[in-house]
Design a protein around this ligand. Structure first.
Ligand code: ATP
Ligand code: MG
Length: 416
């Protein structure tokens, strides 16, 4: 009997007082049985959406057509969804129709895996487990509710969810469930990339990411959305997976560690676009992939290091170090001390806050124009780049006087 937040318990009790059945369902039942604190608590009820709305003073009609009402209770948002079964799936993507039901068994039967198809009423003390979910939890098994082939043909995302749950929970796939994946790939291909990415990211951020990526490759799922990794040489693919796992569990960092030694920056960006990552996220992945190969800077002088800092930006330096460290640990563990020394030097240089971008120059655009005696022209851009290089070589040059002197000799050298 695990702790259920009081507002959730109140919602269930209130629905029961009104004569409805109400249960906790899905992930929260599974996680509670595993002894893990659930991320969120989903309530399912025999009450129809209008009945849920009538039972509580404060509600948000979140998705009435799907039967979901959000109840505001004790400072919490509690989602209550009417029991439902799903009609035919015409293209393996979304059910054509949703039918509200009065019987919890119907609702559990539409769910994907046995461990996700249990219901628990903490107020009434009922536990409903028609498909042996508890036993599968004990055996650490991902198994479809009913025929795996049928369930995968209804919703092509389910094969990926099976692998995702195996990675996140550190479970294995039931043989019949795993065997149903390859024949379901044509349906998986039709699934919207946003849904694929959401599951893929959960897998990638899990502690068993390496195992999950391998299982994705073995089942043929990976080939559909990340052929670059699926088709890589075994040794390169292994290193990419291990580097991803070695990076901190942050999506851009793990994506960059996965891709840095596999593809060019341009292709990394294309992959981000293909998987419909947000633009900001794609830009960050591309930046990290572009500069992750820091090892050529071992033993390089400070100006070379400052040039890297100016390209990466101080805001992304920690992330870059994390990605570089992850891939180097996998590739050249014996050389880690010298790589760590390099990363230390980069961080120490950054801490001196050297000028790294044109806007930090001691002369702004206007001052450069008057020093040169010209108006806006391409020459100003050239002069700015020249000064920036001078200051990256030697930050102490960044004073108005020194920069003016440098400009004078620059103009003379150009014969202008
Ligand atoms: P997590 O803790 O990772 O969110 P979860 O079990 O809550 O795990 P969700 O994706 O949030 O997973 O889905 C909630 C529940 O809805 C699942 O436990 C499952 O019962 C059901 N479900 C979700 N997606 C599907 C699907 N594609 N097919 C069938 N049932 C699904
Ligand atoms: Mg969930």
């Amino acid at each position: 009997d695990a702790p259920v937040p009081p507002p959730i318990r109140k919602v269930i009790e209130r629905l029961r007082e009104e004569g409805h059945a109400a249960y906790l369902v899905g992930g929260c039942v599974r996680d509670t049985l595993r002894g893990v604190a659930p991320k969120d608590f989903d309530v399912a009820s025999s009450a129809w959406p209008e009945e849920v709305q009538r039972a509580f003073p404060k509600v948000i009609p979140t998705g009435l057509q799907h039967g979901t009402v959000t109840v505001l209770m004790g400072g919490m948002h509690v989602e209550v969804t009417t029991f439902r079964s799903e009609g035919d799936y015409h293209d393996g993507r979304r059910p054509n129709t949703v039918t509200f039901e009065r019987d919890i068994a119907k609702d559990l039967a539409r769910r994907d895996f046995t461990i996700n198809a249990m219901a628990w009423d903490p107020a009434g003390g009922h536990f409903v487990d028609p498909f042996g979910g508890q036993e599968d939890l004990g055996r650490r098994l991902i198994r479809c509710v009913g025929s795996a082939l049928e369930r995968f043909s209804e919703d092509g995302l389910r094969p990926l969810r099976a692998v995702r749950f195996a990675a996140v929970l550190d479970f294995t796939l039931d043989p019949a469930t795993q065997a149903a994946i390859p024949p379901s790939l044509p349906v998986f291909r039709k699934v919207a990339m946003e849904r694929v990415r959401e599951e893929f990211v959960k897998l990638l951020l899990s502690r068993r990411a390496e195992f999950g990526l391998e299982l994705l490759a073995d089942t043929g799922l990976l080939e559909v959305f990340l052929p670059e990794l699926a088709q890589a040489e075994p040794e390169a693919a292994h290193r990419a997976r291990a580097a991803a796992l070695a990076a901190p569990a942050e999506v851009e960092l793990r994506m960059a560690a996965l891709l840095a030694d596999l593809v060019e920056p341009q292709r990394a960006e294309e992959i981000g676009v293909r998987l419909k990552f947000p633009t900001k996220c794609i830009e960050r992945i591309r930046l990290l992939v572009t500069h992750a190969g820091v090892e050529h800077l071992v033993g390089a002088p400070d100006p070379a290091l400052r040039r890297l800092l100016s390209k990466v930006g101080l805001a992304q330096l920690e992330a870059l170090c994390a990605v570089a460290r992850a891939r180097l640990q996998v590739r050249e563990p014996a050389r880690m001390p010298e790589f760590e020394a390099l990363l230390e030097r980069l961080l120490a240089l950054a801490a001196t806050k050297p000028p790294l971008s044109p806007k930090e120059l001691a002369l702004n655009g206007g001052a450069i124009m008057s020093a040169l005696g010209v108006g806006p022209s391409p020459m100003v851009g050239e002069a700015t780049r020249f000064l920036m290089e001078q200051v990256l070589d030697e930050p102490s040059r960044n004073t108005p006087e020194t920069l003016r002197e440098l400009l004078t000799s620059w103009r003379q050298a150009r014969g202008a």
